[in-house]
Design a protein around this ligand. Structure first.
Ligand SMILES: *Cc1c(COP(=O)(O)O)cnc(C)c1O
Length: 220
């Protein structure tokens, strides 16, 4: 068994343990295996071990490797977890099954147009910049609920969840708690939060999916 497969099973076991410890239902948390920078040869063994949900942060990189992988494993669910430029909305709607990084009206307009045009509707999450970091994508927490409402009522987009990336140098717990509160206020059920360093914490705070890269595939 390769390293990535072994680490994949270890992460799955830790998620299951964190679910139990938090009193959550077994299987309540979906593992999104973040495969950015890794190629098909690295990814395939993890798919063969049973993983079907993957995350990529760049549209162009994903376009290079995922169409062939999706042909081999048609039940793949591919998540876009990186910033989306509006000139890439067409490609993103065509390739991804979940887009986690909706964060402004301009991109909502472009996604709505492409969803209508292509007749293909990826699930959508709104990214919230919980730490209000100037260099980071995501809508400001104070604007998040109104933006989710606007996506629904003005842009005609069903938003299923919220996503956040806490500041690297802070305790993530308060950021996860904030995302959970905003999700409740916005009336969305899904919370994408937690990465290699803090996914067990995220499970305790109510994550419905965790995005884990280096703990499975190794350092980038
Ligand atoms: C790269 C990335 C991850 C995974 O990070 P690891 O620390 O390697 O688990 C999760 N979320 C986003 C948005 C990322 O870009």
């Amino acid at each position: 068994m390769g390293d990535a497969v072994q680490q994949f099973f270890a992460v799955k076991a830790k998620i299951a343990a964190a679910e139990r410890e938090a009193g959550r239902q077994a299987g309540a948390v979906t593992l999104v295996a973040v495969s950015k920078t890794f190629d098909a040869a690295d990814i395939s063994p993890v798919m063969e071990a049973g993983q079907r949900v993957f995350g990529e942060n760049r549209v162009q990189e994903a376009q290079g490797k995922w169409p062939a992988l999706k042909e081999a494993f048609p039940d793949i669910e591919l998540h876009l977890i990186g910033p989306l430029q509006s000139n890439k909305a067409k490609e993103a709607v065509a390739l991804f099954d979940v887009i986690e990084t909706v964060d402004r009206d301009k991109i909502a307009v472009e996604l709505a147009r492409e969803i209508t045009r292509q007749g293909r509707a990826p699930k959508l999450y709104v990214q919230v910049n919980t730490g209000s970091e100037p260099q980071k994508a995501g809508i400001e927490p104070r604007d998040a609920v109104a933006f989710v409402t606007r996506c629904r009522d003005v842009h005609g987009l069903a938003i299923e969840g919220l996503m956040c990336i806490p500041p690297a140098d802070e305790n993530p717990g308060p950021h996860f708690a904030l995302l959970e509160k905003l999700g409740h206020e916005a009336g969305v059920a899904k919370l994408s939060m937690g990465m290699s360093g803090d996914y067990e914490t995220a499970v305790a705070f109510g994550a419905t999916s965790v995005r884990v890269g280096s703990a499975i595939f190794g350092s980038r």
